[in-house]
Design a protein around this ligand. Sequence first.
Ligand code: BTN
Length: 236
Amino acid sequence: MSAPFRILNECASTNDEAKRWAAEGVPHGAWVLARRQTQGRGRLGREWLSGDGNLFLSIILRVEAFVHLTWLPLLVAAATVEALQFEDPNVPFRLKWPNDIWLGNGKLGGVLCESSNGVVVAGIGLNLNEAPLGELMYPAATLREYTGRQYRPDVIAARIAWVLLQKLQTLLDHGPGELRRFYDQHALFSAGTSVEWNGHRGEVLGLGEMSELRVRSMGRVVSLFAEDVRVSSAVG
Ligand code: BTN
């Protein structure tokens, strides 16, 4: 049976709508999509520009605390990529740790997981059809620009929600092995990539047990948990 969903013309943030709806007892897997948001939020307290034509989705996950919970944001990003690959199997989507989706040299989308009252709300923003207007941290990629096709956010949303529930069940039943393999196949920061964060530089080793990014820097192994990491622009 498919999960209930709501499609709104406009709201402040679909994550807030989903939290309100979850408080009314809506089941695991229910989702909220908006055509535009007036106060879309991103990671690290940033704004998420949310004009018409793109996807603004929040999925309600009723998960008890479990040992692999720290993999959840990456799982949501991986589910989003897998759902997009149903539409466009040959597009080279990349996962940018910790939970961004990249295409070419730009950011196609991002994930913001928030939990309250035992419910995780997985928020996903994707530039399906339009480049966001405004000041951006990273150059934006749009899927339409890449493929020349126009996308229906409601169709993509339903697919993401479905794939996410399957992948979540696999994580719960078998742990993060499959997710780790999917990540390795799609990682923007593959092993050996030179990266920089907060004024530091290092070379990527891979993901640790909690989905942290492990990097060799100045002869030491450093674990990064939520930092903003970029491919290093410096040579040498
Ligand atoms: C990021 O890359 O910083 C995460 C962006 C997450 C944006 C989505 S859009 C749907 C949901 N509602 C929000 O307010 N934020 C998330």
